[in-house]
Design a protein around this ligand. Sequence first.
Ligand code: ATP
Length: 138
Amino acid sequence: MITFKIVTPNGVTYEDEIEKVTIPTGDGEITVLENHAPLVSTLVPGAVFVHKNGQIVHLAVSTGILEIRPNSEVYLLADTSERAEDIDVERAEAARARAEKMMKEKDALADVDFVRIQAMIERETARIGVAKKYRDVK
Ligand code: ATP
């Protein structure tokens, strides 16, 4: 089994003993099984799939850090994370539309704002994707 924990500024949002987890990283999506080699990588906005007892828990995450420790301990330090069933799709779509509108006005933006808005769009797109996929498989 894997000890899997997601920690955000709001505290621990997920903690369980699981069999397998798929995680979006800066080096691509990785699937972690028991006894994975230790690893530190960046976490990028996307979907996390937690496998346990034949069930899959779907979550959206934004940016952060992934740490795989020896002894099958896997930690995500994430800016945000939500379980698919808790995602408010309308809120995410409204937030993404606002960010896209700002992006259209990008001539007036400094590079740093451009990067922040791009990150907002990716975060909301991850939420929308996770929520819709979850609703489809339900
Ligand atoms: P908004 O612009 O809609 O307020 P945001 O993208 O600025 O959202 P974040 O800073 O990413 O919000 O997250 C703030 C908190 O709200 C976090 O705890 C996050 O998990 C939660 N959250 C954000 N968007 C949603 C959503 N669409 N559904 C459910 N929870 C959300």
